[in-house]
Design a binder for this molecule. Structure first.
Ligand code: CP
Length: 308
């Protein structure tokens, strides 16, 4: 059976560290990697909107010397005629060497991987998981902090539907000395399955609060998130909750450590004021760039390719 990455837990800590090491090497020596995927094709099957994930996957494959095919809108695929994810995958396996799939339904990339003769990468499934965003986040933290252990990270915003939060918590729970502060309105708390199956099972120290400003001074990393409009059943409820937290430069200056790093998987709506962008603690645009390099590294790994 071919190797796919559906959850960040599909990768061991050793494998993650190796992927990040190679991403660092790609950043330092891009020319070394420019022909590694010559003749290989990546299929980007995006049944749900994306800017960063799809384009960084595509840029990653181009920078490795490979080709890209696919669709960015389920409406332009035969899914609209009723084709199943399984059948779409079987077809695409005939045309490409590796698949990156985003889907609004939790578990769709897993189903795809079960019917695929080529590796499938989960590029985000509903409110569930987003493992390549997690690799992006880990690379950014490691490059900024020099380590992936012994720090306090605050997750702020929509912790219920925020798949990037669920995946990053899964990943960080395997590193030592991580303390987690969960900052959200009561309605958008981290799902209990993540608390039970990850935080409590692994004995991770965590607290829950609704007050960002109170906990800001303790944090080494602040992971802001957007309230996920597309997952709400009620527009009224979304409007009531969407501006629960707005990080401003004034709040950072007053309350945050000098060496805090502020991350956000993006897209941003209102939760980080644009006046934060010029603060040296704002790392979210560099984070998006890291996404391209970790995806290059992961594509190489799953295709069994080396630059040496
Ligand atoms: N971070 C992220 O998944 O962004 P996109 O939705 O633009 O891909």
């Amino acid at each position: 059976m071919v190797r796919s990455v559906i959850s960040i837990l599909d990768l061991s800590v050793e494998e993650i560290n190796k992927l990040l090491d190679r991403a660092d090497d790609i950043i330092a020596n891009p020319a070394k990697y420019s022909e590694v995927c010559r003749g290989k094709k990546l299929a980007t099957l995006f049944f749900e909107p994306s800017t960063r994930t799809r384009l960084s996957f595509e840029a990653a494959m181009y920078e490795l010397g490979g080709h890209v095919l696919g669709f960015s809108d389920a409406g332009s695929s035969s899914a609209t005629k009723g084709e199943s994810v399984a059948d779409t995958t079987k077809m695409v396996s005939c045309y490409a060497d590796i698949i990156a799939m985003r889907h609004p339904k939790e578990g769709a990339p897993l189903v795809s991987s079960m019917h695929s003769s080529i590796p499938v990468i989960n590029a985000g499934d509903g409110g569930h998981n987003h493992p390549t965003q997690t690799l992006t986040d880990l690379l950014t933290i490691r490059r900024k902090k020099g380590r992936l252990n012994n720090f306090t990270i605050g997750f702020c915003g929509d912790l219920k539907f925020g798949r990037t939060v669920h995946s990053l918590i899964q990943a960080l729970s395997r590193y030592a000395g991580i303390k987690i502060v969960l900052i959200s309105p009561d309605e958008l708390k981290l799902p209990s399955y993540v608390k039970k199956d990850v935080l409590q099972k692994q004995g991770i120290e965590y607290v829950q609060t609704t007050d960002l400003e109170e906990v800001l001074p303790e944090l080494d990393v602040l992971y802001m998130t957007r309230v996920q409009k597309e997952r709400f059943l009620s527009e009224e409820e979304y409007i009531r909750l969407r501006d629960s937290y707005i990080l401003t430069r004034a709040k950072l200056v007053k309350n945050a450590k000098e060496d805090l790093i502020v991350l956000h998987p993006l897209p941003r709506v209102n939760e980080i004021s644009t006046d934060v962008d010029d603060d040296p603690r704002a790392c979210y645009f560099e984070q998006a760039l890291c996404g391209k390099y970790v995806r290059m590294s992961l594509i190489m790994e799953l295709l069994g390719l080396n630059a040496d």
